[in-house]
Design a protein around this ligand. Structure first.
Ligand code: SMG
Ligand code: MG
Length: 375
């Protein structure tokens, strides 16, 4: 393929309700979309990517303006230079071409996603088929933010269960942990339940975190800091609740290290966090080879990222429900046809590439910034 032109489109999507984690409250989401136009064997095709950075560097060091900057100044120019030197570009070579740019995994992931989408649309293959998905739909879990009262939390959880979500994940932080988990267990009984601390604790909190063992959780996600692999291993030894890592697993290498250290029982795979869907697939494979379960995390994606995540989660090693909820969990209006819950599941799109694209009128209305990066 030969890239002809890349547009960086920032959209602004209001959330249906504030989403609070241990590190912030989000009321709005600004995904940076990549619209890549390419010539594939004489056909002009468009591929879409979605960059999952938050506006601010709170979940990881990446942030919206930084991602746009690195894409414009370093990543996209490297792909142009590669093809100008007479090389052929494919999704499988993007990681290699960008390897000297350190970090910026979410930005790289979005660019690779756009190249992969263009490539697959041109060949008529879906993401699901490319990944070797073994199912047509995936079970849908929902991530429930920190609420201002337990009473309200119980209402929110009850509503999600009524909608059919098959697994509840509660965000926790110091001061909002044992009591909300106990209340949800008492009210809703034996539902599949897990918690996510987004790195809010330290190993000193081990006695407190151990109290969670009483609630038969599927897992505890990222209790300690991103770079605390060894301390996660120590904590895992002190708890019976399975240890899941999110922020810490930034690559296949990090996954291999965490497994070898005994720091992880379950891996949350987010393609953006690890530098792309191909690295995500490698982590799936490493985990499967080590008997480690994986599930697909979420970054409040629009329908574009949701489509790709659902396809990835169709692979056989994704044995736990992902944070792949319906579009209306976060957005009144998605930029693609909405993803809906059907019997607690989300259908994996079957069309070429992502199988979905932005609805032109909606995209126009929600766009707040556009720039073109030409060769
Ligand atoms: O996309 O359903 C979703 C959100 C899932 O909780 C979710 N994501 O740490 O796993 C996580 C968080 C990261 C985003 S917080 C703003
Ligand atoms: Mg998480």
């Amino acid at each position: 393929m030969r890239i002809l032109n890349v547009e960086l489109i920032t959209v602004s999507l209001p959330l249906v309700s504030p989403f609070t984690t241990s590190f912030s409250t989000q009321t709005q989401r600004s995904p940076l979309l990549i619209k890549l136009t390419a010539d594939v064997d004489g056909d002009v095709v468009v591929g879409w990517g979605e960059c999952v950075t938050l506006q601010d560097p709170l979940y990881s060091e990446e942030y919206l303006d930084g991602a746009r900057d690195v894409l414009r100044r370093y990543l996209i120019p490297r792909l142009y230079a590669w093809q100008d030197a007479g090389n052929s570009l494919s999704a499988e070579t993007v990681g290699h071409v960008l390897r000297h740019i350190v970090g910026h995994r979410m930005a790289k992931a979005a660019l690779e996603m756009a190249v992969l989408d263009a490539q697959l649309r041109a060949s008529g293959q879906s993401f699901a088929s490319y990944f070797g998905a073994t199912v047509n739909s995936v079970p849908s879990g929902v991530s429930v933010g920190i609420e201002n009262s337990i009473e309200h939390l119980l209402e929110v959880v009850g509503d999600f269960l009524d909608q059919g979500y098959v697994r509840i994940k509660l965000k926790i932080k110091p001061g909002w942990d044992i009591a909300p988990v106990r209340a949800v267990r008492e009210k809703f009984g034996d539902i599949p339940l897990q918690v996510d601390a987004n790195a809010a604790y330290t190993l000193v909190d081990a006695p407190l975190l151990r109290q969670l063992d009483a609630f038969d959780l599927l897992l505890i996600e990222q209790p300690l800091a991103e770079d605390d692999l060894r301390q996660h291993a120590l904590l895992a030894k002190q708890m019976s609740t399975p240890m899941c890592l999110d922020e810490s697993i930034v690559s296949a290498t990090a996954a291999a290290d965490a497994i070898a250290l005994g720091a992880v029982d379950v891996i949350n795979i987010k393609p953006g966090r690890v530098g792309g869907y191909l690295e995500a697939r490698r982590i799936h494979d490493i985990a499967a080879a080590n008997g480690i379960a994986v599930w697909c995390g979420g970054m409040l994606e629009s329908g574009l990222g949701r489509a790709a995540n659902a396809a990835l989660a169709g692979m056989s090693g994704f044995t736990l429900p992902g944070d792949i909820s319906a579009s209306d969990r976060f957005y009144k209006l998605d930029i693609t046809e909405p993803f809906v819950l059907d019997g607690g599941r989300i259908a994996i799109p079957t069309g070429p590439g992502l199988g979905v694209e932005p609805l032109p009128e909606v995209l126009k209305d929600l766009t707040v910034h556009t720039e073109t990066v030409s060769n």
